[in-house]
Design a binder for this molecule. Structure first.
Ligand code: ASP
Length: 356
């Protein structure tokens, strides 16, 4: 990891932001085999910000910047990447008023959700952003996203992990990537935006924020994710014709410690007792199994349909209206902790950081 101080015009680091650059399209440059993560980001960012309209320049918060090495396309992120980011933020927490994480968009919402669980009780902003086009590309969305992320990360009333993208501030545990090309690539299907850029104004809606629900000192949960970083938690999306032996192949594997099932609609699955038997066997073995919907909007009501009625008896936990990202990273976070299965189950069903 290399460190390059920047905009050193503010003397005290606690008045500054920390920017952590991990890679992603935003910082990529063309190579012989296509776009690849590129370095010198501190200088490139400073140059880009100097091109902002003059009226915006004085509003820029001062910041320091850390660049990860190696820089990654976010498809390479794992739970260990999430843990590294939480560690880097937690270790510097008292020195900075807020944090910006620059990240590839493909798994940005996964990292945001994971950070929210690891940094529970935040009393200052952690804002993730990225871009659909590289910083130096014509008409790139990168500069707007970076500027907005810096502005919101300096807002003391924001006290949680959020994503700033295309003029919107989204709760980290509520966001999904919804578009593979459009600039407004992220949405928050089941929770309103935390803030918005309207013209030159960056407006925060504090009543929607966690700051109103969490008080007191940060109580970060620094957890060792190594035991869950090799695929020990699986995500399985049902499809018509799925057979019990296929589900069993995933769930009965001895390495598996948990699973997120994505059911149909309000919580439906094929009316096949063999499927429920596979699930019941896995949860009887202590595997943590939760279910959400394949639909991005709405919630699961397990038991709404006769076919899905046996899920609760089979030990499946309702993920309510959680995003796949929030449900999956929560399973990872709970399974990695040295707590009882009952505590894991109880905490999964509770909102920890506004994720459900
Ligand atoms: N593949 C890139 C990444 O996630 C996509 C992006 O950043 O937009 O790192």
């Amino acid at each position: 990891m290399s460190q390059a101080p920047l905009l050193a015009d503010t003397p005290h680091s606690h008045e500054r932001l920390l920017v952590i650059y991990t890679g992603g399209t935003i910082g990529m440059q063309p190579q012989a085999n296509g776009l690849a993560p590129a370095g010198d980001f501190a200088e490139r960012l400073a140059k880009a910000l100097s091109q902002l309209p003059l009226r915006d320049q004085p509003l820029l918060p001062a910041y320091d910047i850390i660049s990860y090495s190696p820089l990654i396309d976010s498809s390479a992120a794992t739970p260990l990447t999430w843990q590294q980011l939480a560690t880097d933020i937690a270790e510097r927490f008292d020195q900075y008023r807020g944090f910006v994480v620059i990240h590839g968009t493909d798994t940005l919402s996964w990292t945001a959700a994971s950070l929210a669980y690891q940094l529970q009780g935040l009393d200052r902003p952690v804002v993730l952003t990225g871009a659909m086009a590289p910083l130096e590309a014509p008409n790139s969305d990168a500069l707007d996203n970076l500027y907005g992320a810096l502005r919101f990360a300096a807002h003391p009333a924001l006290q949680e992990v959020a994503i700033y993208f295309a003029n919107r501030l989204l709760r980290g545990t509520r966001a999904i990537k919804q578009h593979s090309e459009a600039a407004d690539a992220f949405t928050s299907p089941n929770y309103p935006y935390l803030g918005e850029r309207i013209g030159d104004d960056f407006i925060l809606f504090p009543s929607r924020g966690l700051a109103y629900q969490q008080r007191g000192a940060p109580r970060f949960e620094r957890v060792d994710y190594r035991p869950v970083a090799q695929g020990e938690v699986v995500r399985i999306t049902l499809w018509p014709g799925m057979a019990a032996w296929q589900l069993d192949a995933w769930l009965s594997h001895p390495s598996i410690k948990g699973a997120l099932l994505q059911l149909w609609g309000a919580g439906n699955l094929p009316d096949d007792p063999a499927l429920l038997a596979v699930i019941a066997k896995a949860s009887g073995e202590g595997k943590l199994i939760a279910a959400i919907s394949q639909c991005s909007q709405g919630r699961v009501h397990m038991g709404a349909y006769a076919a899905g009625d046996g899920l609760t008896d089979a030990g499946v936990l309702s993920g309510d209206d959680m995003t796949p990202e929030a449900a999956y990273t929560k399973l990872v976070h709970l399974i990695a902790q040295p707590i009882s299965l009952e505590d894991r189950r109880r905490r999964f069903l509770m909102p920890l950081v506004g994720e459900r």
